[in-house]
Each structure stands twice: as structure tokens, then as C-alpha cells.
Design a protein around this ligand. Structure first.
Ligand code: 3PG
Length: 211
């Protein structure tokens, strides 16, 4: 079955930046999500890079209904299922494997998988995936590389992440094949650990106004 684009497209077009979140302590999840929502970024990606990730997703799903919580760094089918059980509304992966395609098959929770090379994009298209993450964006060749993919892959739309920040997000957002960007800059680690939610809301507000 093809990608659940009906569920994914509104998320990718609803805000210019999807915050990529790494949380070491689940107690920070709810105030962080509220700060991002207050700044105008309701869709947030909590990455499964820490032990606190699934509990953080669960808390945001339960306690911050105005947020749209997603799970990132999903590497296999088990993690896809765990994220959905925790309440993730969308799932992001740096790549795409047959196991992930199977896990996402028929799920109401859409999968945004990553692809960088032409062969990876063609394989994703064969699996019915045309909305893709482009990771790691800056390191893989940046906006110039991504722009050059728009001719052969006219129907593919990307969310570049990795090295994207307030300084270069507009270069990506100006591309015809980019719907949104992702990045961790809106939730800096020091602001999270010190509970500086006002600073995060302000950063989110700036990111939400990018065009
Ligand atoms: C991701 O998983 O999308 C990236 O790690 C985010 O990259 P950044 O920290 O450079 O924004």
C-alpha cells in the first residue's frame, strides 16, 4: 500500500519547520511541547535517541492535545510499533527498509522516510513513498544538491533535516521540491535543561514565520 500522504501532507505543509527534539528527561516533554505550540509549531518530532523518548511521546500525546507529536529516528518495525503505541501521530526515519514498509503498511500513522541518492529515492517510489526526508541535508550536499533532484524527481517532495538552522532554512524552503524543514535549533539543549521555555517559544515563533 502506498504512503499515507493524506495524513502526512497536512503536517508537512502546516508549518515551515518541524522541531527535532532530543529529550534526556521525560519531565521536560510537556512544557517543551507547550512552548513550541505557543510559538506556532504544533507538529514536533521526538527522536528515539534516548531512553526518555517513548515516555516523552506518551506524555505529550496524553497531556498536550494541541500538539501533534511525532516520533523520529525510527530504525525498524519494532520501534514503529512502539512509537504508535505511545501515541505518535507521525513517524520519521532516516531511511527506508522493507521491514519499515511492512510496519507502516495499513497504519493510520504516516511514515516519513529518508532518502538521499537517486537509487534510494527510486526504491522509495517503488514502495509508494513520494514524501521524503532528506538527511543529513547539509552534509549530503545541501540545498544545491536537493534542488538538482527536482528535475528527475518532479513528483517527490522533501523535508530536509541535518544542519538546517535559522541561517539557511530559507534556502531550502525556497526550493520547489521542499515542503518544510526539520531541525533541532528551535529547542537547544541548554534551554531545555534549564527550563527556559520562553526562549524556546521565541525561537519557535521566529521559525514559524519563515517562508
Ligand atoms: C534529524 O534527525 O533530523 C537531525 O539530527 C536534526 O539535525 P540537526 O540537529 O542538525 O538540526
Amino acid at each position: 500500500m502506498p504512503q499515507n500522504t493524506d495524513a502526512l501532507l497536512p503536517i508537512m505543509t502546516g508549518q515551515p519547520v518541524i522541531p527535532v527534539i532530543v529529550l534526556d528527561d521525560a519531565k521536560d516533554a510537556v512544557p517543551l511541547a507547550k512552548a513550541l505550540v505557543a510559538g506556532g509549531l504544533p507538529a514536533i518530532e521526538i527522536t528515539l535517541r534516548t531512553d526518555a523518548a517513548l515516555e516523552s511521546i506518551r506524555r505529550v500525546a496524553d497531556e498536550v492535545p494541541e500538539a501533534l507529536v511525532g516520533a523520529g529516528t525510527i530504525l525498524n518495525g519494532t520501534q514503529f510499533d512502539q512509537a504508535v503505541d505511545a501515541g505518535a501521530k507521525f513517524v520519521v526515519s532516516p531511511g527506508l527498509t522493507p521491514e519499515l514498509v511492512d510496519a507502516a503498511e495499513g497504519s493510520p500513522v504516516p511514515l516519513l522516510p529518508g532518502a538521499v541518492t537517486s537509487s534510494e529515492i527510486m526504491a522509495a517510489l517503488e514502495d509508494g513513498y513520494s514524501l521524503l526526508k532528506f538527511f543529513p541535508a547539509e552534509q549530503a550536499g545541501g540545498a544545491a544538491y536537493l534542488k538538482s533532484l527536482s528535475s528527475p524527481f518532479g513528483g517527490v517532495r522533501f523535508c530536509p533535516t541535518g544542519g538546517v538552522s535559522a541561517k539557511n532554512a530559507d534556502e531550502y524552503l525556497a526550493l520547489p521540491n521542499v515542503l518544510c524543514v526539520g531541525g533541532s535549533w528551535v529547542a537547544p539543549k541548554d534551554a531545555v535543561t534549564s527550563g527556559d521555555w520562553d526562549r524556546i517559544a521565541a525561537l519557535a515563533g521566529e521559525a514559524a514565520s519563515l517562508k
